[in-house]
Design a binder for this molecule. Structure first.
Ligand SMILES: Cc1ncc(C[n+]2csc(CCOP(=O)(O)OP(=O)(O)O)c2C)c(N)n1
Length: 741
């Protein structure tokens, strides 16, 4: 133990002095030290039991928390389970035990039991998730938890300023999602020193620092990331030195194998964070006495001498020795405690080995919300009779509006209706230096496409604000906020720049509900301008790629082609209980095609419901987005010139998609073309074409044709762009050929 302290007088108690009643160790009582020993010992023994069970093939994976126990227990003793929020690393077994998770619960995850409270048998062990304790479901990618913790830590200040956000409501996601904030709760996130090399870690430090968030970063530095030593991960091999320049932080660098020193550091840090002064950063030096996991053999890259050095710092024997030295427990007492733990563990193991596995037919449960079905009739409403609107710029009109106008009005209406909605992204605010707005010195920007114009002015800078240029940051924070019940409606400035957020979009946001067996969910909306036909958009302002996202279970993907659909689908996206990727075609924002009057503040279109844009009897053309107006032109020409009647179907919603409408149409026309703007091969149309071939083969009089972009990047020169993207002529030719087949 680093420091001992008597309650009455500060200063050390020399070893061997008689224990005094009421004596504490940096505030830890003697009983707490015994409890801490029980927890660290339990954690280590549970690892050992799991290792044995893995070797006996009774569980299927094991990764230990060995060497990290003391700092974990110290953190748990300082923070409050079910009040503060936790994004723990896989080595945080002792933390979770100390917060209230039981060994039995952990073993249930090991055996993959139906009753495993973390995931119902869906996640590997040590992927902690305990909703009752506010321990948020964790994944396997190193570092992807950190930005979510940032979003989580943003909630208390928001709710304090907007208490109505906590109000319940019926008829949308709020009925099933609570916002609970005490105002001073702290968020804890931990990671290994290796994970601190991930870019998302640095994005998280930026935001935590800039916004002075009540967030504690704990870096558990065991000097190895599998076999890669710390000096390879980072210049100088010391993370504390590298982060020390971030403003507003309380920093600690500690021996994380020392319970009392760790506790003291946490006490100081939590006090700082709870008081709202800013984030904390604790760099804890720990050890890794076992190999990385059971799939690793550390003797291949670590000599004995290192292991012997570490053994002298092992937190479990170290704490045991301190208890004896301080006269808190004698050897008998230790033995009694350990026997009790061992006996209890045996019971837990026996019990867990009897646990029932999940039923096979439950696998698709909780990919989406079981409570709100955005494909249902509840989301099918009619546009209001023509209403005069006052746009955010103050202009009144009842005229047909562009897609850009109606998206803006829908955002405004929903923000008025639901105070949980926050909007952030790059340039989405009217003006970050809000005094310029207040003094009417500037008009405000409101997005590079002006889709969010006027929203900051109406709803304030807490609800509509700019983010840094960091797309993972935008999606990760939105995920953390949505986990706590807020409804972020964020913007990725261009689809072409969505890729830094891919880890969050593939491995986190859409998976949270499924992997936690409905313990957590993160319904939020990502609006993303997409697509080409811009004459000059070139490679990095013209991309499509929607099939990459429709390939992800758990993520709803919609892609409207006109103003009214954009309004109806955006409202459904916001009110539903699933994460939604809302794709807005830039070329359609202000087109004459598809303008519509304002449909009122409650107009919704259910997901998975296509629209027949042009009824016909001869060919079904299935498309969406900016190909809709092009296909319509081609269809009209074909009818005019050749009398062929095309049935043009606008899917509107890509996941789920409206198979019934496609099937009914193809059964009638016996010919099908799937047309899309993205590159031809492996694109969205491949799935539709395959499904038609598979299920409607008997109905087909011609092969299913796809019309799409060349398998190329989109070029700057308009002549090249024309050649690459599908044009009216390409669609016309394909329709004619299929009709004549
Ligand atoms: C993004 C990502 N890359 C690689 C891996 C494989 N992997 C799992 S753990 C690990 C090492 C992590 O080291 P560190 O963060 O120092 O934590 P430690 O295991 O040492 O506690 C790696 C590379 C992963 N899970 N995620």
């Amino acid at each position: 133990m680093a420091t001992t302290k008597a309650d009455s007088k500060p200063g050390g108690v020399s070893n061997g002095s008689l224990p005094k009643a009421g004596q504490t160790y940096e505030g830890l009582t003697r009983q707490q030290l015994i409890d801490a020993y029980r927890l660290t010992y339990t954690s280590r023994r549970l690892d050992d039991r799991e290792i044995l069970l893995k070797r006996q093939q009774k569980i299927f994976f094991q990764i230990s928390g060995a060497g990290h126990e003391a700092v974990g227990v110290a953190a748990a003793f300082t923070l409050k389970a079910g009040y503060d929020w936790f994004y723990p690393y896989y080595r945080d077994r002792a933390l979770c035990l100390a917060l209230g998770a039981t060994p039995y619960e952990m073993l249930l995850q090991g055996v993959g039991a139906a009753d495993d409270p973390s995931s119902g048998g869906r996640q590997m062990p040590s992927h902690w998730s305990y909703p009752r304790l506010n321990i948020v479901t964790g994944s396997s990618p190193t570092g992807s938890q950190i930005l979510q913790a940032v979003g989580c830590a943003e909630v208390p200040r928001y709710v304090a300023a907007h208490p109505a956000a906590a109000a319940k409501a019926t008829g949308d996601y709020r009925q099933f999602k609570d916002v609970v904030s005490h105002g001073d709760e702290v968020t804890y996130v931990s990671l290994g020193e290796g994970a601190s090399s991930e870019g998302e870690f640095w994005e998280a430090l930026n935001t935590a620092s800039n916004r002075r968030l009540p967030l504690i970063f704990l870096v558990e530095d065991n000097e190895y990331a599998i076999s890669v030593p710390v000096e390879v991960q980072m210049p100088g091999g010391n993370i504390s030195r590298l982060v020390s320049g971030f403003p507003n932080f309380h920093f600690e660098e500690i021996d994380g194998t020392d319970l009392v020193a760790s506790y003291a550091a946490f006490q100081r840090t939590v006090a700082y964070c709870r008081a709202g002064q800013g984030p904390g950063f604790i760099h804890a030096h720990v050890i890794r006495p076992y190999s990385h996991s059971l799939s690793d053999d550390e003797r291949l890259y670590r000599p004995d001498v290192e292991r012997q050095r570490d053994a002298a710092h092992d937190p479990v024997p170290r704490l045991q020795l301190s208890l004896i030295r301080e006269g808190i427990l004698d050897e008998k007492g230790i033995n009694r405690l350990e026997k009790q733990v061992d006996d209890d563990l045996q019971v837990a193991v026996d019990h867990a080995l009897q646990a029932i596995p999940p039923a096979r037919d439950t696998v698709t449960r909780y990919i989406y919300s079981p409570d709100v079905d955005p494909t249902s009739a509840a989301f099918d409403t009619h546009p209001a009779a023509q209403v005069e609107t006052t746009a955010t710029d103050g202009k009144k009109s009842s005229h047909a509006k562009t897609m850009a106008d109606l998206i803006n009005l829908t955002l405004r209406d929903e923000m008025r209706r639901d105070e949980r909605i926050v909007i952030f992204g790059e340039d989405v605010a009217d003006c970050s230096r809000e005094q310029y707005l207040k003094q009417k010195m500037v008009k405000g920007k409101g997005g590079v496409f002006k889709l969010t114009a006027g929203l900051q002015a109406e709803f304030g800078s807490e609800r509509v604000f700019n983010s840094a240029i960091a797309e993972a940051n935008i999606v990760g924070r939105a995920t953390g906020m949505a986990t706590r019940g807020l409804k972020p409606v964020v913007e990725i400035q261009f689809f072409d720049y969505i890729w830094p957020a891919m880890m969050q979009l593939r491995n986190e946001l859409p998976v949270i509900r499924w992997r936690s067996n409905n313990g957590f969910s993160a319904p939020c909306v990502m609006r993303v301008p997409i697509g080409g036909y811009l004459t000059g958009g070139a490679i990095y302002h013209s991309q499509c790629g929607e099939s990459i996202f429709t390939h992800i279970p758990g993520l709803r993907v919609v892609f409207p082609s006109n103003a009214l659909d954009a309004a109806g689908l955006l409202r459904t996206a916001i009110r539903c209980d699933d994460p939604v990727l809302f794709l807005e075609h830039k070329r359609l924002y202000r087109e004459t095609f598809g303008r519509a009057p304002y449909p009122g503040p409650d107009y919704m279109i259910p997901f998975g419901k296509a629209k027949i844009v042009h009824p016909g009897t001869d060919i079904s053309v299935i498309t969406y987005g900016a190909v809709v107006p092009r296909a319509l032109q081609a269809a009209q020409k074909l009818e005019r010139e050749h009398g062929v009647k095309v049935e043009l179907i606008d899917l509107r919603s890509l996941n789920p998609f409206d198979w019934e409408t496609i099937a009914a149409s193809v059964k009638k026309t016996n010919r099908a073309i799937v047309a899309y703007e993205d590159t031809l091969s492996w694109g969205y149309g491949a799935e539709i074409a395959a499904r038609i071939a598979d299920e409607l083969f008997q109905n087909l009089d011609a092969p299913v044709r796809r019309v799409a972009a060349l398998d190329s990047f989109v070029a700057y020169q308009p002549i090249l762009e024309d050649a690459i993207l599908p044009q009216v002529d390409d669609l016309f030719r394909a329709m004619k050929e299929v009709a004549e087949y």
